[in-house]
Design a protein around this ligand. Sequence first.
Ligand code: NAD
Ligand code: ZN
Ligand code: ZN
Length: 374
Amino acid sequence: MATDGKVITCKAAVAWEPGKPLCIEEVEVAPPKAHEVRIKVVATGVCHTDWEYLFETGKGMKFRPFPLVLGHEAAGIVESIGPEVTRVSPGDKVIPLFLPYCGECERCLSPKTNHCKKNWTNMQAGVLADGTSRISCKGQQVYQFLGVSSFSQYTVVPDTSVAKIRSDAPLDKVCLLGCGVSTGYGAAINAGKVEKDSSCAVFGLGAVGLAAVMGCKVAIARRIIGVDINPDKFEKARQFGATDCINPRDYSKPIQEVVVEMTGGGVDYALECVGSPAIMNAALESTRDAWGTCVIAGWTETETMSISVEKLLMGRTLKGTYFGGWKSVKDVPKLVDDYMNHKLKLDEFITEKLPLVQINKAFDLLKSGKRTLL
Ligand code: NAD
Ligand code: ZN
Ligand code: ZN
């Protein structure tokens, strides 16, 4: 490519400081170094976590360095590769991933976890393996969000954080497999291991929750109860397979009591897709005391959860999931296949499409319950 080995000047949405809207800026994206891949970002979702890092930093989220380019749910095309990259070539369609898969470490070799720690510390600190970012603006280093930074027309990611996908995959759909959909779907399938004919409750019906509903449906659950304070979510949840939809605001008693009554003792599986300790407790308490499983997919980094030990002693299981338990680079191409084979829905998650310059509008829409693609 003509740009190979050169700095690329392009547009990106830069977060100069927490709590302030993003600014569309011209940025420089340096060529990839060893084991790095430069990607032309074709489509990116706007995930709740992007919003949280900007507006909840220091509250639900730990502090991360600014200025920063957010965005972590994307798909694109490899523009160029650095030395020693063997997994992808220029022109390949790819999904960059915030969770690495090196394929060699103890965790990658174990079926028990997907939590590869390759580049983990530096990615959390907003830089690549050499301790610097490849993005700069006005002569200043701009940190990379979770090693991805997809709110930029180009970005550079480690080769252990990029999944090569089939060439006929539509990038403006499969980008959703970079975070929300894979997380919710895997929360049901991998973490919960939802069984046929079981009963499930999904708390929060955003992209993660709808994907969890879809996972329960694929697992042939008998009953799937969707719970959300926004009733606008219910129609879509039903399309995804929810058999009942309930709004906690319609009841004077705690929602877990409602779920327990509706199911004659509690659901077999509850999936928390909101990110609030109070709802995590409600989800746990809505499961059947003898064998219920509660999976936490919702995110908080700073808050703690206080649970009644008795709720566990009787036989419940409480677990969390990161990226739905999928081994990122290895499993995401299979999820793309599942979408292409009509096993997974993706199109139905997208409610709006906007250009990158309207990113702040996309954040506003997210807060009103809409999922936007840039
Ligand atoms: P979203 O904002 O699109 O959806 C959240 C939903 O929860 C909304 O529909 C909202 O109305 C609903 N909600 C809010 N308060 C509620 C309450 N009290 N009771 C019931 N419903 C309530 O968010 P999303 O993109 O679907 O993400 C959901 C959560 O998952 C976030 O916390 C996000 O950070 C987290 N997440 C975790 C992982 C992971 O790896 N575990 C990955 C991606 C996202
Ligand atoms: Zn690994
Ligand atoms: Zn996300």
